[in-house]
Structure formats: C-alpha cells, structure tokens
Design a protein around this ligand. Structure first.
Ligand SMILES: [Fe+2]
Ligand SMILES: [Fe+2]
Length: 177
C-alpha cells in the first residue's frame, strides 16, 4: 500500500520529509520574527517592530511556497506545529544577533536539502530550491548589515534610537535586484 502511494509522487520519502522539516523551520522563523517584533514594540523600537513583522510575513510566504510544492508534486504537506518560541530577548542587539543566526541555519538547511536532492537525482526539487538559495544570500546580507549598524552608529546616547531608524532602510544591493 505504501509503495502504491509512492507512485502518486515523484518525491522520495527522504526528500518529502526534508521539505516538511523545512516547512516547520520556516514557520518557526515566522513566529520567531513575530516574537521579536513584539519585544521591539514593547521596548520602544517601533521601526524595528514594523520591519520584523514584515519579515515574519515573508517567512510565512516561504513556508507556503514549500508547502504548495510538496502537495503539487503529489506529496503530503504537513501543517507545522511550532513550539518553543522565545518571547523575551536579552537586548536590542541580541534580537538581531539571533536573526542572523537563524538565517545562517536556514542557509545550511537548504544546502543540505540541495545536496540530498542531487544524491537522489531529484533535479526537479533541486531546481525548485534555487529560489531559496538565492533568497538566503539576500536574507543573510540584510541581517549582517543590520548588525553592522550597531558597530557603526554605536549604542550610546541616542544610538539605539538612530539604529532603529535605519533598520527598515537596509536593503540588498544597489541594483535593487
Ligand atoms: Fe525563509
Ligand atoms: Fe529568512
């Protein structure tokens, strides 16, 4: 019966499982960014709160992109259960350190899935993943640039207020790609 069900999809069990795990990670990112947004809002960093809320929405879109792909290929996309979202953060800078850490982890996940796709000769999924790999370059770039603001502007005096003002303006590349 299980073999028969597999005929409905060209996804191997391994790739389907990896994609469902990544659906969960994207959902986690979305909830994490939303928690960060709330923390920033409560602590007076309004611009960062808005930026992080927008990021949370983008992570949900990533989650749905993967979700739809799994079902489109005849697999079973699993609605993710997300737990253990931190609601408190050590500091304003700590929020963005965690954001960069999360993005680096996600890049490593996608590299691993792409590697498994090649080994399984799943070039359909491998090609689908290219969008995410490209997106991660942008996500990591923005996260790093934001952290640099803490060094460049400095946190003393009105520094944090100034950093908060700059965060939504950080974007990838001057070509606007
Ligand atoms: Fe993402
Ligand atoms: Fe991301």
């Amino acid at each position: 019966m299980k073999d028969l069900l597999r005929l409905r999809t060209s996804l191997t069990e391994e790739i389907e499982t990896l994609l469902n795990e990544q659906i969960k990670v994207e959902a986690y990112s979305s909830s994490l960014y939303l928690a960060m947004s709330s923390w920033c809002d409560r602590n007076g960093y309004d611009n960062s709160a808005g930026y992080l809320e927008k990021q949370s929405g983008e992570e949900r879109e990533h989650m749905l992109k993967l979700f739809r792909y799994v079902n489109d290929l005849g697999g079973s996309a699993v609605s993710p259960e997300v737990i253990n979202i931190p609601q408190e953060f050590d500091s304003f800078k700590g929020v963005f350190e965690m954001a960069l850490q999360q993005e680096i982890q996600v890049t490593s996940n996608f590299n691993r899935i792409a590697d498994r796709c090649q080994k399984a000769n799943d070039y359909v999924t491998f090609q689908f993943l290219q969008w995410f790999l490209k997106e991660q370059v942008e996500e990591e770039y923005v996260a790093r640039r934001i952290l640099e603001l803490f060094e460049v502007i400095g946190e003393e005096g009105t520094g944090r207020w100034e950093i908060d003002k700059h965060i939504p303006k950080v974007s990838f590349g001057i070509s606007g790609e």
